[in-house]
Design a protein around this ligand. Structure first.
Ligand SMILES: Nc1nc2c(ncn2[C@@H]2O[C@H](COP(=O)(O)OP(=O)(O)O)[C@@H](O)[C@H]2O)c(=O)[nH]1
Ligand SMILES: [Mg+2]
Length: 356
């Protein structure tokens, strides 16, 4: 899974990227920075303490830090745009800290304006793609060589209408068939969106920042998660060891780092869950889409496990922790033998029986 971080210059994208990926050497550059973020899951940490395996593997998310997107840049055949088309979700970072004049052209921080500017860049980008495509289809039809069917053309036109009303394409309710027809376009405004508001320490303590009400109302209406993070505070948290770390966080009134909150929000918004495999060799988290069955989930580990799938031995994380050990969990009958159609649940600890 790949997440693209976008936003105006100086909003804190690179800072966030560095925190997420532990990549402190990233330089500001005109290209996109790519890194891998570990999804901090306390359950994996706990399982690792219990099994003491040779290796502990957290789930990961590939992060792309897009250098800032100046006005109009996404309209062109920009390599950045190509890279952005490739992500599974977009995180827009918005600056709420500081009071220096900003690139929004405002005298003070203006989160709503930052939001509007970037969102309109995305809309314009999709719109120009559609316009080019529709023009080409028209020319081809005039020559009688267009492969595009009437359904596709009608759909593309309704997409264009939507964008012309200044609405992102995820506001369109599409049938599975329509969804298939436009999948290849990789429209930016059809990708899941999350918003990170970058605040300073004081704002974090107060739980407030300029225009918070407006921003949250905007996001609520659209079902978009808003995560308040302070790049500055996160940096400090990441540099502290226990118990100072917990003390500092308690002082701020938070129990989870912003990075943890962000990964949880990404999982929830994209409908992702984790299941675990455990043992002396490795404790590992696997990411799957909600609704994945046991056989498909086994395929995440290895195609042989999917092909030769017989049964899955399953115990939930909670049951396992409450029982205290695998042995006790088995004695208490908390282990279940599930078939290939079993829908894997978040936190399932699974062992696959297979034969190839
Ligand atoms: N005070 C404060 N400064 C921050 C915070 N996050 C980032 N910065 C600073 O803001 C500037 C721009 O950050 P950067 O991550 O490079 O922004 P980008 O242009 O969006 O990649 C840098 O000088 C950062 O140190 C924050 O939460 N608080
Ligand atoms: Mg940057």
């Amino acid at each position: 899974m790949k997440i693209g971080i976008i936003g105006l210059p100086q909003s804190g994208k690179t800072t966030l990227f560095q925190l997420l990926t532990n990549n402190v050497n990233t330089k500001a550059s005109s290209k996109a920075n790519i890194g891998v973020a570990r999804v901090i899951d306390p359950r994996v940490t706990k399982l690792s303490q219990i099994f003491n395996p040779k290796k502990t593997t957290y789930a990961t998310i590939e992060m792309v830090d897009f250098s800032s997107l100046p006005k109009g840049q996404l309209k062109n055949d920009n390599p950045l745009l190509q890279a952005l088309k490739d992500v599974d979700a977009i995180v827009q970072v918005i600056r709420a800290f500081g009071s220096e004049p900003l690139l929004t052209g405002d005298e003070d921080v203006n989160p709503m304006n930052e939001l509007a500017q970037i969102q309109s860049e995305l809309i314009v980008s999709d719109w120009s793609l559609l316009e080019t495509r529709l023009e080409r289809i028209e020319k081809e039809r005039a020559k009688g060589v267009s492969a595009a069917g009437a359904k596709e053309i009608a759909l593309l036109n309704s997409c264009k209408d939507t964008l012309e009303q200044d609405l992102p394409l995820w506001t369109l309710e599409l049938s599975t068939e329509e969804e298939k027809l436009i999948r290849g376009y990789n429209f930016l405004t059809r990708k899941p969106l999350l918003i990170v508001v970058n605040v300073d320490e004081e704002q974090m303590r107060q739980h407030s920042y300029p225009q918070q009400g407006n921003l949250e109302a905007w996001a609520d209406e659209r079902g978009i998660p808003v995560i308040m993070i302070s790049g500055q505070v996160e940096k400090e948290i990441s540099q502290l060891d226990e118990p100072d770390r917990s003390l500092f966080m308690a002082d701020l009134g938070i129990t989870e780092s912003g990075i943890e909150r962000l990964s949880r929000a990404v999982y929830a918004h994209l409908g992702l869950i984790s299941y675990f495999t455990v043992g002396e060799d490795e404790v590992r988290a696997w990411t799957i889409v909600q609704g994945t069955n046991a056989k498909q989930a086994a395929g995440k580990i290895h195609s042989d496990l999917e092909r030769g799938f017989i049964r899955a031995e399953v115990v939930s994380y909670e049951d396992f922790i409450n029982a205290g050990s695998m042995q006790k969990a088995k004695e208490k009958g908390l282990f279940r033998l599930e078939g290939k159609e079993y829908v894997v649940q978040d936190g399932d600890i699974i062992s696959i029986r297979f034969k190839v």
